[in-house]
Write a protein that binds this ligand. Sequence first.
Ligand SMILES: [Zn+2]
Length: 264
Amino acid sequence: MLLLTKNTYQEAGGQQKTMVIRDVCPRCQSSKYKKNGHIHNGKQNHRCQDCGRQFVACFEQSLISDNTRALIERLLVERISLRGICRAVGVNLKWLLSFLVQCFEALPDHLHVQSITCQQDVLIQRLEVEADEMASFVEKKVHKQWIWIALDAKSRQVIAFHVGDRSRKSAKRLWVKIPEAYRQHATFYTDQYVVYQGVIPAVRHRAIHKLARKTNHIERFNNTLRQRVSRLVREGLSFSKKLAHHIGAIKLFICHYNLMRAAA
Ligand SMILES: [Zn+2]
């Protein structure tokens, strides 16, 4: 792919564009391709003779600055719709969706949880984790998904999450995502939902009545999460894409939240 930076120019809307000219197939890099009719906007279409991929050889591409990308990442964890972000920042929805997927894929599995070292023996003995599961909907009620959360009661960081059904299998999936130091040493507070039994070691498990909750950190977190994440799941995507976005949006919010907690 050839990037003609000298042709970079500013559009009336303020968005920088650049002209891209392809001389090879974008999929297999073959230079053997033929003209193949025109696409909807009248542009010449091509078809690769090696892999069959169809492509346009000459098109405009928006240049989105690093500052704008950083701003968008920040807006993604606020209660703003994707279309709202498009309007505010001046990007199109197609670009934003692909940027969103890039953001989701770049998120670390450690969720920015501060690690606990063995030198902190005293701290380890007093580790307390609250775990909870809450219902969330991806599109319709029939697509009910449960968000399982484990939260360090002191640091208030979310140390693990899992999205799935409400079974013991999901409880186990959450459990194995919890950092080792917590699984070894922490006391776990959950509601009386039976699936936690046999997953969390009995000696360190305290099943308590919802109303008698030791703290309500996790419930407050759940409310915030629900409000911020709900709008990131766009209509018009397939269910599996919606689910992937749903999980990605949850992970994005948790990573952001944990970084905020670490800085607090
Ligand atoms: Zn090809």
